[in-house]
Every structure is written in C-alpha cells, then in structure tokens.
Design a protein around this ligand. Structure first.
Ligand code: ADP
Ligand code: GLC
Length: 493
C-alpha cells in the first residue's frame, strides 16, 4: 500500500528554529507518523538558520515574483526530517526571532510573510510538485492557517485539510486593506469567512475552512469552546464542534532521555534514581545555590508571558523562602517579568537562581536536577515541560487547565480514585492556591518513600508520541474517507 502523503506546514521546527512547543511538535510528528504508514514532509520558511543547515538542498521551483520578490522552493533532509523550504529572502532572510524585529515588535510585513507560506502550501496541495502531491495538508497555528482557506477557494480538486491550534491567543489579525495583497478573493471577507470585527483573521480562516480542527489536549478542546477560553472564537468553535478534537502532544523521547542525555551531569533511570542527586548538585552550583540535597529545589523553564502565570510565583516568593525551598528559573520574554525575576534573584542570592535567556542544555539540567517543576499557567493548550518533567523524575506542580489537567494525576485525586499519583494540581489559578500546592508539595517531600513513588509513577507514564501519532493517522484516514463518501454522493445525485 502506498503511504498516505501529508504536507505539514509550520513556522518553526526543532532542531532548526524554535521559540516554543510548536517547534517540538512539528519536529517530532513526522518520525512518529512514519510507523503509522504516513509520509509527512514539512514546509517551513527559509530563515537564515534553516537555509544554512540545508546547503545541499535541491531546487524544485524558481519563481520570479512571489509575494513581492524572487523565491525558490527547496527540498532537503535534516536529521531525518524531509523538508520543503520556502526560500524567499525578501520575507525570511532575517536573523533572530522568526516573528519579531530587533525592537521586539512584530515584523510589519508578517501578513505577507505567512500568507506566502500558506499560499505555497496550498500550491503544493494543488499539485505544484509532481514528485509530492499530498493527500492531506496539515496547517499549524495562525502562521499556516490560510492554507485551508486558499484550498477552499481553489477551483480544482483539493487535498483534505487539518488545522491544529497550538495556542488560540495568537490569531494573526491584520487590516482589511491587505486582502488583495494576501491573495484571497473579496467574498472570503465575510462573517462566514476570514472577517473578524472588521479585520482579517488568519486563524479564523483556518478554523472556518479546514475539514478538521484539532488542538493539543482534550481539555483545551473543551475550554476553547467557552466564552473565556474561546478568546473571541468560541462561537465559531462551538459551531464546528463536530469536527473539533483534542489530541495530546508527546515529547521526543530520544531528545528527552535521562538514560542518555549529554547535557546532564549524571544519567539515571527509574531503577537507578540515585545519580539524580548529582544533577541537583550541578544545578545548584550553576545557579549559585548552596549544594543542599535535603532542601527541595523548585524548577521553572518557560516563556515569560502572562499565559504562563509566573507572576503568581513571584507573589509566592515569601512562601518559597519561608518553607525553606530553593528556586531555579530559566526563562525569557516579557520585559517586566524578566526584570522582576532578576531582581528577586539579586535580593535572595543563594535561595533564588535565575537565568534570563533561552538555553537548551540548561533546560535539560533543570529537568534532571530539580525536585519539582512548577507550571502555574492561566491557560495551557498542552504544555511540554511537565511531560519532560515526568520523564526526568521532577514532580510537576501545575495549574488545573488544558493539557496540564490531562497529563498530571494529582495526589489527592489519585487517593480518591485509586490511581497512581504523578504530581500536584491547583485551581482556580490564583496565587493563594499556588501557595497551597507549594506547601503541600513541601510537606510530602519529607516523606521520601511517597516522593519516590511520585517520581516512579511519573517516569513510567507514557509521554511518547507513539499512541498520540496514531490518533493523527486515524484522523487523516477519516478525512479522506469522509471526502470519498461526499464525492460519491455528489456523483450519484
Ligand atoms: P510553549 O510552547 O507555550 O512555550 P510548551 O511547554 O509547549 O510551552 O513548550 C515549551 C518548549 O520550549 C519546551 O521544549 C521547553 O523546554 C522549551 N523552553 C521554554 N523556555 C525555554 C528557555 N528559556 N530555554 C530553553 N528551553 C525553553
Ligand atoms: C503552544 C502552547 C503549548 C503547547 C505547544 C505545542 O505553544 O502554548 O501549551 O504545548 O503549543 O503544542
């Protein structure tokens, strides 16, 4: 049987370019899907780091003017990923963050940049490459969301389409006047199209026109149909609930493997947890914290944005100090939060260690060395750091939202339901409730046997992509079956 062909479209992909979990997912899905008989290629923008890594890429298309400049479509492989690269230097030959200019603001031509990405995906979907005609186009987030809209408006037969919402907070809103430049027909600008309060919404285009909508956890799939979680798109998502589902993310267990992680001081496993202590020591040294095995060390690895609720952790500094705990935080983003955490580290040297920045190896050491990983998000579509924490024997303390709700089993819930506990959950998401969860964890930390039990339960939880990738494979097959039935019906009427 020929494998099903899927074109994944993403604005970032690990290990080439990453600002968050979207890159991890886009980078891990293709390998996981291979075992399910799916041939997934990924279309990504030709940012400098991507083009540099793909020096041996083959040129497939050469266009004189694509969204304002000469553009090539390249194909190549990198660390097992089969990639199409949209090499449009006028849009993407800019170093640094893929979305923001040096001043921290969005690039002014982001509408054009990501309309171009989506348009190229649609063109490939419509047969622009004879060597790869996809059965399905799978778009991720607003940056790729116009692909299903372009395909919907195409006059030729089109592939099936999926949009995955990794974060509803980012919607890609642009002025109405850009409609023509973007390349969508005038009639697409309606309440049943991409119009959103007088603006163009890229994400709405995807949600409106894709055959199926997925998001990255079952609880987030419910939350986004509500007024608050829906962030202005709840009504549309309720209307389309029959084609909306939540599929949990996994993590790449070869990248996140405590038994063979090159970034940590000592490797360890469920059966041999002792060496974990050396990682705690290394982390304490790295962050200028006293080397104390007996003191609970909290870890945080996060974008610093209001979503992540880390202001609530700042409100709990007194609790952390009074309870005799240490904190190791790695993060970057919001300037005010960066400043407040840096100031906390300065005022409480030896208790609070903060590294502002983006640092993969340190993220691994924190997972391997902290006792508990804190994720107090106000909303969290899935969250990956708590999954890495489970695998690394760091006990997650998380807010009861989205994917955090779905992936962690709270100590008290477990006792009531006879389940294996893996962490602590708190909700509603307030500073007080976070404080309560921190104190509860602090108390249980003293019971070494119970704590070991939590660690072991977490480390034996399946956080891999295997079963989750199957769900995507089923979804793709389902779309094609539904479309075949519809085509057959049209022909026989
Ligand atoms: P989000 O995508 O909302 O930022 P996720 O938990 O899904 O949240 O994914 C975040 C990813 O980015 C994880 O792989 C995490 O380890 C990584 N990460 C976040 N902040 C940093 C940082 N400052 N340094 C290194 N890795 C980070
Ligand atoms: C987003 C979400 C995060 C999710 C990630 C990958 O960035 O904020 O919760 O894990 O996408 O799906």
């Amino acid at each position: 049987m020929t494998p099903l062909r899927v074109l994944s479209v993403a604005s970032e992909i690990y290990p080439l370019i990453k600002t968050g979990g979207l890159a991890d997912v886009a980078g891990a899905l293709p390998a996981a899907l291979k075992d399910c008989g799916i041939d997934m290629r990924t279309l990504v923008p030709g940012y400098p780091d991507v083009v540099k890594a793909m020096a041996a890429a083959e040129e497939l298309l050469d266009l004189q003017n694509f969204y304002g400049g000469p553009t090539r479509l390249l194909a190549g492989s990198h660390e097992g990923l089969d990639l199409f690269i949209l090499d449009a230097p006028h849009l993407f030959a800019r170093p640094g963050n893929p979305y923001l200019a040096g001043d921290g603001r969005d690039w002014p031509d982001n509408a054009l940049r990501f309309a171009a990405l989506s348009r190229m995906a649609a063109n490939i979907g419509l047969g622009a490459l004879s060597s790869f005609v996809p059965d399905i186009v799978h778009a991720h987030d607003w940056q790729a969301a116009l692909a299903p809209a372009f395909l919907h408006h195409a006059s030729r037969s089109r592939p099936g389409t999926v949009i995955t919402v990794h974060n509803l907070a980012y919607q890609g809103l642009f002025p109405y006047e850009m409609l023509e430049t973007i390349g969508l027909p005038p009639d697409s600008f309606s309440i049943n199209g991409i119009e959103y309060y007088g603006k163009i919404s890229f994400l709405k285009g995807g949600l409106q026109f894709a055959d199926r909508i997925t998001t990255v956890s079952p609880t987030y799939a419910l939350e986004i149909q509500g007024d608050e979680g829906g962030m202005g798109l709840g009504g549309l998502l309720r209307e389309r609930s029959a084609v909306l589902s939540g599929i949990l993310n996994g993590i790449d267990t070869s990248v996140w493997n405590p038994q063979g992680d090159p970034h940590i001081a000592a490797t360890f496993s469920t059966d041999a947890l002792e060496p974990r202590g050396a990682n705690k020591l290394a982390l304490q040294q790295r962050l200028g914290l006293p080397p104390r095995p007996d003191v609970p060390l909290l870890g945080v690895i996060s974008r610093l944005s209001p979503q992540k609720g880390l202001d609530l952790l700042l409100e709990n500094l007194d609790t952390i100090l009074a309870q005799g705990m240490q904190l190791a935080l790695l993060g970057s983003g919001d300037h005010e939060l960066e400043t407040r955490f840096a100031a906390a580290a300065k005022s409480h040297q030896g208790r609070i260690g903060v590294v502002i920045g983006y640092h993969e190896p340190l993220a691994h050491l924190i997972q391997a060395g902290c006792d508990a990983l804190v994720v107090p998000s106000r909303f969290e579509p899935c969250g990956l750091t708590q999954l890495c924490a489970l695998r690394y024997g760091a006990v997650p303390i998380v807010a009861r939202v989205g994917g955090l709700e779905d992936t962690i089993v709270d100590v008290d819930d477990a006792a009531r339901a006879g389940l294996a506990a893996t962490g602590f959950k708190f909700g509603p998401v307030t500073a007080d409730n976070l404080g309560r969860a921190l104190r509860k964890a602090r108390a249980l930390f003293e019971d070494r046997t119970a704590w070991r039990g939590l660690q072991r339960n977490g480390m034996t939880t399946d956080v891999s992509w295997q079963n989750r990738a199957n769900r995507y494979a089923e979804l793709y097959h389902d779309i094609l079956a539904t479309r075949r039935i519809a085509t057959h019906r049209d022909r026989t009427v």
